[in-house]
Design a protein around this ligand. Sequence first.
Ligand SMILES: *Cc1c(COP(=O)(O)O)cnc(C)c1O
Length: 411
Amino acid sequence: MQHTTRQQDDDNRQLISTLSGKVYPFGRTEEFADNGESLEVVGPNDQQPVIRQGRHIWERFAGFLPFRQPDLSVSPGEGNTPLVGSGAFLSEFSGSKDLWLKNETMNPTWSFKDRGTLTTTWMAREMGEKVTATISTGNMGHSVAAYAARAGLQALVFVPDFTPREKIMPMALHGARIIRVESPDYAAMKKKILEMAGHLGLRIVSGNGPLRVEGYKLTAFEMYEQMEGEGPDYIVVPVSACGHIRGLFKGYRELYQAGYISALPRMVVVQAANNAPVATAIREGRKQVVPFTDVNTIAEAITTGNPMGGEEIIDKAYRHDWPAMSVTENEILQAQVGLARSGFFVEPASATPLAALQKLTGQGIVKSSDKVVLMLTGSGLKDFDVFRHHQVGVYDCNLHNLEETIEQAMQ
Ligand SMILES: *Cc1c(COP(=O)(O)O)cnc(C)c1O
């Protein structure tokens, strides 16, 4: 891809802070406004975007995106993930009769993060950066490492010491430099690294940056196509840094503004009860994130205890009537088993939407007839540590007692 010239940057692409509307240049290195608010892209290629013809979703929705020369050669093939009906078992489990699963575990590094990494990789290319850095409990680092490798960038990944081996080892194979930081408080670790980023001249790609969010919009566009022009009533999303949920919503918002859908789906903010800074704020009617420290949950992919830009999600929840729900460790484990019993092996964070939906239908907040999509965000292969908490039965035998063992197992 050619580097876009400065002149082109100057036309209609800008970043705007999501609460107070302050404008920043598109090429800004820091991913948040000076006051910590999240930023979003305004002024994509087309002011009145239309869905175009094209083989790839990037081509069809190019008018909704701020990239001039999307270079698909850096893509290992994210997206195009199945949207499947839940089946009777999960319908029964969740109390939802019109339930769908968006299986994001089928992305190249087995989480939805890949969609946003494609767009941040394009941005790094466009800005002529040689290094791409991120702070991650695993999935984001893994994704950034893979895409950087493909794009010929050096990846630098900061991980907390509780990151599962399953996530660190692939990053290393992709060639990333991994810096493992011992810090009891992941939020404090992030803050410290972000503070140093400016004078190190590093763009730290975060989970809630404006360019990443542009990539997550594609999930909404893809679901719009898969649902043949409809939107669901609810999309249930495990929330940590807050990028995924706002990207999904921004995609639907732009479809709505362009006249393609007549109603916006509601997002459901799901967090682990042990770390629920955003869900707690919404449920208690506060405007600010309620910081959690000493976070300890099996859902390690959603452990941001004090997410930057979380206020945007809280604000949107009030404006658009989004429910919030937190789920206990036990509920997460049961939901992980429930999903596995219907054919989906997801990591604990990705089981939280099912657990939350069960509670929301139980409380009558979501009706059994509502059309609901659960986001299955990451693969179960990414975290084997969780098996400390599951009973997994295996019949052991040898060649002598094989037959009686088979009989036992068939009972
Ligand atoms: C990153 C991640 C989340 C949370 O998404 P955010 O954009 O950080 O809110 C949820 N599930 C999995 C598996 C993840 O990797």
